[in-house]
Design a protein around this ligand. Structure first.
Ligand code: CO
Length: 663
């Protein structure tokens, strides 16, 4: 057997450089040849087979490291058997080093299926009759969105393989906003692998909402549009961000350095953006904080029991893939200033590379004041500017937009923020009816209540391996001898020393946070160095635990999980969530109840955006933000931003009282 030709060894410098297009093609070729695969073998995701944590650390520490074997990890849907396989190809050796069937696992939507579903549904006579009954004269203008089926019970077991439950919307012209006219009560069930429409449920005609809801300026000023405006604003003057000397960061391949930060950018077709080896240069020493950070899963359950909506519960990452949905960021102005973009290379279902142009955006932002003090006696003011490095990508998942933003600040803070925008998932109501489980946004049109849960997976490495996690509450001291003046309160740290204990919920009234500590590394006060996870906005799920949402989304029942580091445990809802009844993922991982003391561990933070839809969310939603922070806690010996230079602006470094005079 001839070995498949491997790409030049010099093409890759660091073991974490993402796969090149040639490497993706090579991985697919190796699998095809070694397993005699035919055209029914569909590649789901092909991504870098990341080196083990210890191997990578040793490689980085070595003076003249030997190259680590270059691996590609992939999963493959063998459509002819209805079996999902996981494989790893050694790209240098041209061999398969792993090939395992995963019993019962179903793959997400394949890229090639997304538009095929629309075509298949539109050619079904039952569907055609249902839209005709709603007065639709040109069905070619209909949009058929391929919603995953979920798993409401044994009736959704994969007897027909994977099924989807597409929903229909009506446009009146090709650029019209179709979500303004949802076809209520029409739910199609389609077998994805055969594209056979199994069932068309019609729960009765609800009139299409009467008003267009266009947002493009070419259409939105037409009469009848909701909301109505006379014309665009005319008083908006330009804001220009200039960085005449260029940005302060350097990008070498996927190695990014900025001020004292040092990290590597990764990208996978499932997770999208990944940060590796996030470290901070402190006194000449590069101190690691995060070994790997990514969005592990998203889960969006809907609250409406009506027939079109009760099955809506989607894992946008595990059922589709956020990387393959990344926007090319040159389309529209997503960032301001000196931008650097990274392309992402993902695979299509034949195993051929697809280049996503400008998928990742990197830029700097001024963020107001970093710190300030005015000495009122000397009349001297010292102030420094806060700046942050922004690393982001945006995914469009059907109607919704999600922007995923990592921020590294010049005071050692790491922030993660999701920006939610795009279009709500809409429903139609008969004239005069008001929704019980949602809110009207336009006449006859409503948005059901729902929640968007996100789970970020953080392989911690605070000052090296061997970390522990504590939950810290602030507690008022009971009245008595310990609290003679009624003012005393203390902090209490609970060690989260096993996986059964490390399943926690928020307590904002107690100022609860979680600190990730390296007990083997002390600061100058003799305290173990730490980073603390500060929750932002959050909510608990509203579902019943024994329903499909409670089972499938079981990881959302806790806001913080800590597990032992295991590179096979990547996905909070499970590796394969399609028609998976659950529970899977975190509750299963944590059932091993491993010890979490002074070891390599993974912190999972779950946060939910509670979306009670407003009229203002229509026809396209103003950005809603949610996220969390990781802040240094005794990691440094004092304010790490003290050495920021004084701002160069003339007004900023003069005595406060003299400002007017000297200008
Ligand atoms: Co929402």
């Amino acid at each position: 057997m001839n070995p498949v030709e491997s790409p030049a060894a010099t093409a890759v410098r660091h073991p974490l450089e993402p796969l090149t297009g040639d490497e993706i093609r090579l991985a697919a070729a190796i699998a095809r040849r070694e397993r005699n695969l035919g055209p029914a073998a569909r590649f789901v995701f092909i991504s870098l087979g990341e080196p083990a944590r210890a191997d990578l650390i040793a490689w980085e520490a070595a003076d003249d490291p030997a190259p680590l074997p270059r691996m590609a990890a992939f999963n493959l849907w063998e459509r002819s058997e209805g079996v999902l396989y996981e494989g790893v190809a050694d790209l240098g050796a041209g061999t398969l080093v792993r090939w395992d069937a995963v019993p019962g696992a179903l793959p997400p939507f394949l890229w090639e299926e997304l538009l095929g579903i629309e075509e298949a549904v539109k050619s079904d006579a039952r569907w055609q009759a249902a839209v005709a009954a709603r007065g639709v004269t040109d069905p070619s203008l209909c949009m058929v969105d391929p919603w995953p089926s979920g798993h409401t019970g044994p009736q959704d077991d994969p007897v027909h393989g994977r099924i989807a439950r597409p929903l229909t919307f009506v446009r009146t012209s090709p650029n019209d906003h179709g979500y303004a006219r949802p076809v209520e009560g029409l739910v199609v069930t389609i077998a994805i692998d055969t594209m056979e429409v199994l069932e068309v449920e019609d729960h009765g005609v609800v009139p299409l909402p009467p008003h267009p809801g266009n947002y493009e300026p070419e259409l939105m000023y037409e009469p009848g549009n909701i909301p109505a405006f006379d014309g665009p604003r005319t008083d908006v003057k330009p804001i220009v961000i200039t960085q005449p000397e260029g940005p302060s960061f350097t990008l070498d391949g996927h190695h990014l350095t900025w001020q004292k930060w040092d990290l590597r950018i990764g990208f996978t077709p499932r997770e999208g953006l990944v940060l590796h080896r996030v470290s901070y240069l402190d006194g000449g020493r590069l101190r690691p904080i995060l070994h790997r950070a990514s969005l592990s899963e998203m889960y969006i359950p809907y609250a409406d029991p009506r027939p079109t909506h009760y099955r809506k519960n989607v894992f946008d990452e595990g059922e589709v893939g956020l990387g393959i949905l990344a926007n090319p960021l040159q389309l529209g102005c997503d960032c301001l200033g000196e931008i650097r973009y990274l392309d992402a290379v993902v695979n299509d279902n034949d195993g051929e590379p697809m280049v996503m142009r400008n998928a990742v955006c990197i830029h700097e932002e001024d963020r107001g004041i970093a710190w300030k003090h005015t000495d009122f006696r000397t009349e001297k003011a010292e102030v420094r500017r806060s700046r942050r490095l922004v690393i982001s990508f945006i995914a469009t998942v059907g109607n919704y937009e999600y922007g995923y933003f990592w921020y590294l600040s010049n005071d050692g803070t790491i922030e993660y923020e999701v920006k939610l925008s795009g279009v709500i998932s809409s429903g139609a109501l008969a004239p005069g009816e008001t929704p019980d489980h949602g809110n009207l946004v336009a006449p006859g049109l409503y948005g059901p209540h729902h929640q968007h849960f996100f789970c970020v997976r953080l392989d911690m490495c605070v000052d090296g391996p061997g970390n522990s996690v504590y939950e810290v509450d602030s507690v008022a001291v009971p009245p008595g001898e310990e609290n003679p003046y009624g003012n005393a309160w203390v902090t209490r740290a609970l060690p989260l020393d096993s996986e059964s204990v490390a399943q926690r919920t928020l307590d904002p009234m107690a100022g609860r946070y979680w600190k990730i500590v390296n007990n083997g590394s002390l600061n100058r006060l003799g305290q173990p160095v730490a980073y603390k996870l500060m929750p932002g906005g959050n909510v608990s799920p509203m579902w019943q635990p024994d329903g499909q949402q409670g089972r499938r989304g079981a990881f959302c029942a806790k806001h913080l999980w800590v597990t032992a580091h295991d590179p096979e445990q990547m996905y909070a809802g499970g590796a394969y969530v399609w028609q998976n009844p659950g529970p899977d993922g975190l509750p299963v991982y944590a059932a091993a109840d491993r010890d979490l003391t002074d070891t390599d561990l993974t912190v999972w933070y779950v946060f939910g955006a509670h979306h009670i839809v407003r009229p203002e969310d229509w026809p396209v939603m103003p950005v809603a933000r949610i996220g969390f922070e990781l802040k240094p806690l005794g990691f440094f010996d004092g304010n790490p931003a003290l050495d920021l230079p004084r701002p160069s602006s003339h007004a900023c470094h003069h005595h406060a009282h003299h400002q007017e005079v000297t200008r």
